[in-house]
Design a protein around this ligand. Sequence first.
Ligand code: PMV
Length: 338
Amino acid sequence: MTIPLSSPLENKRIRAFAHANIALAKYWGKLDGEQNLPAVPSVSVTLEALLTTTELLFDPSLRSDQLRLDGSEVQGASLARVVRLLDEARARSGSKCFARVTSANSFPTGSGLASSASGFAALAMAALGACGRPVDRAEASDMARRASASAARSVFGGFARLDAGKPGQRVLAARPLAAADHWDLRVVIAINTRLPKGVGSTEGMNHTARTSAYYDGWVQLASGVADSAQDAIARKDLQALGEAAEHSALSMHACAMAARPPLVYLQPATLACVHEVRRLREQGVGAWCTIDAGPHVKVITSPMDAKRVVERLGSLPGVLQVIESRVGPDASVEVTEA
Ligand code: PMV
């Protein structure tokens, strides 16, 4: 239960840090749109190299909430999602004060690199930090989940799981499966566009659920794949995790491609990466792909093989940049008096 707090939000300068995460077993489909409950469980790894830093200042002189993202003022639907989260912080604290949110990503925003995951995790941490007591991670995860379900997982470093929702459920947080130091896994990220994605995740998954004949099959297979990924993480079995991750990602995309009209997030560079990773495996390199709602490819591999994966993906046409990431830490928040 959430206890309302009397302490005001204003006069505090809050800085929160959250890392993006990549789902090894994907969330694609909502049980309930209003509560934003996922229809399937998901399992993720948090990425050290992809960081969102968010500053939050509740300012009595403001007449509305304001959002600045990567140096530009943001309005419309993106601002509305931020306002909804801030409304929760105001409801908890009894304050009516508006806020300025200034957020920056160390990577391209809104193109399938999980910027909403790290963004809303950082904002939830900041909003609870403003409420004037130590931040409870489960509460931050639940708050982030309502804005973007994948964001629930970015509150935790290491490896995390978000279960599927149940009908009528109101509270659902991700939970940590293992800390960052459990396993020195590497994720190599091939950035294949600088453009924002055409169809956002919410729209894409709702369209898939409504129109893809494969959607029921996807929901049926997703929990077994999530359990396999979780088990592989516990055993630090890269091959088992890689196979589960590829199966999850390609099943999700097959399901989306069977929607009407079809949703095709894959670009030529995406498929070039997928085939290159298969060739690498034939040559004895332990590397497996995953792809989210955009054209980028993330490859899970070992510290030993990461360099080779970076070199090979970097040489492919259409690959703009390659980043190697370690497993990232928990989200965190700093509060100072303004
Ligand atoms: O949390 P959302 O609404 O941005 O959806 C995320 C969907 C995927 O990135 C494709 C999969 C996932 O589990 O992160």
